[in-house]
Design a protein around this ligand. Structure first.
Ligand code: MG
Length: 383
């Protein structure tokens, strides 16, 4: 039995992890489950899977969770700030990190410090602290397993290959809901339109990031760290059938394909190095009439260009990029700012912040909180 500590168990990735474990109850048990505000879901998950600990991020719901789980022997904790300590203090074999936001960084670090593998669905870990985290993993001989479909694809393409033979990674992007929208209409985009992704069903924050292509920018930065500082390119592939590719030194290209369903990469992160039988939907090539590719529009999708620039600059700039985006997207979802103001606010933060080239985790988190305050102030000027 492998003991899993699942962070973010009520989100869309977390729910999928639970569904897969339900099919493989002989292989896994949960020792910890955490949620931010969906306390009722957390309680019913806890009653079903009987972990040793649960944590509810929002302290307003702590009493509800405590009374619902009274007499079960499950220990209840609260507040997101306690996640890292709880990870440090709990015994497990694999940390499955599907937290959204910068709050996911420290729990990953704590798990690696204990030489425990991390299945990483939290983007911010590698976006803001990639260099530090991957060095720590190497030092502690722990593995960071990709969960995102693009990185899982590259990971699968690289099995049995030597790192020195990679020429470049090619990350595919669906292009989001505004791929064909004229550039001059981008400022009119509404929250409802931005939340309507053509191929994937995901949480709100990541759906907006997919509409701005910031999500793709983050994925390029993550890939750069995951796979050892290699060249990464983005190509728009609207059908989302090829999940990413690797080009090797002899000119050969490998791709990984599948129906756009997160269950496949999530299961692979759990089953690695094996594959398990599944009843997931299969590809039917007789029904696929075309696979197309195009160059991304970097001017229309300014967020993607900003992310690539920050990857080149490195240091604290990716931390600023991420934090500014998080606050700007939050305000866009509350209809406080326009869609096109998201990259404007990010760019302003990048230009204003005090850059540090080789930050440690503390400095990265400092840049993060400086940026949050800066962007909030900027937004209050607009509203
Ligand atoms: Mg992805």
């Amino acid at each position: 039995m492998q003991k899993i500590f699942l962070l973010g168990s009520t989100g869309s990735i977390g729910e999928n992890v639970l569904n897969i474990v339900r099919q493989h109850k002989d292989k896994f048990e949960f020792v910890g489950l955490t949620a931010n505000h969906r306390w009722e879901n957390l309680v019913s998950q806890a009653l079903e899977f009987r972990p040793k600990v649960v944590l509810i991020g929002n302290p307003d719901f702590e009493d509800n969770v405590k009374s619902a789980l009274e007499g079960t022997g499950i220990k209840v904790y609260s507040q997101e700030e306690n996640l890292a300590k709880l990870v440090a203090d709990t015994d497990f074999d694999l940390l499955f990190n599907s937290l959204v936001g910068c709050v996911g960084v420290l729990p990953t670090v704590e798990s690696l410090k204990k030489s425990k593998d991390v299945a990483l669905a939290n983007k911010e870990t590698l976006v803001v602290a990639g260099e530090y985290v991957m060095n720590l993993a190497k030092e502690k001989n722990a593995h960071v397993r990709p969960v995102d479909s693009e990185h899982s694809a590259i990971w699968q393409c690289l099995l049995g290959e030597a790192e020195k033979d990679i020429d470049k990674l090619i990350i595919t992007a669906s292009g989001g809901p505004f791929r064909t929208l004229p550039r001059e209409k981008m400022h009119l985009v509404t929250v409802k339109e931005a939340l309507n992704h053509p191929n994937w069903v995901m949480g709100n924050k990541i759906t907006i990031d997919s509409a701005t292509l910031m999500n793709k920018g983050f994925e390029v930065i993550e890939a750069f760290h995951f796979f050892g500082n290699v060249k990464v390119e983005v190509v728009v592939h609207p059908q989302s059938i090829i999940h990413s590719m690797v080009e090797f030194c002899d000119g050969s290209v490998k791709s990984q394909m599948g129906v756009p369903d997160m269950k496949i990469p999530i299961q692979f992160a759990l089953s690695y190095p094996n594959r398990w039988q599944s009843d997931f939907e299969r590809m039917d090539f007789r029904k696929i009439t075309e696979l197309t590719f195009e160059q991304p529009d970097f001017e229309k999708f300014r967020c993607l260009q900003l992310a690539l620039d920050c990857m080149e600059t490195g240091g604290t700039s990716t931390s600023v990029l991420n934090a500014a985006n998080e606050i700007a997207v939050e305000s866009f979802l509350k209809e406080q700012i326009k869609f096109t103001q998201i990259p404007e606010l990010i760019e302003k933060s990048i230009n204003e912040h005090e850059f540090s080239a080789h930050p440690n985790v503390e400095e990265v988190l400092e840049a993060d909180s400086w940026t949050r305050n800066f962007v909030k102030k900027e937004i209050s000027k607009i509203c």
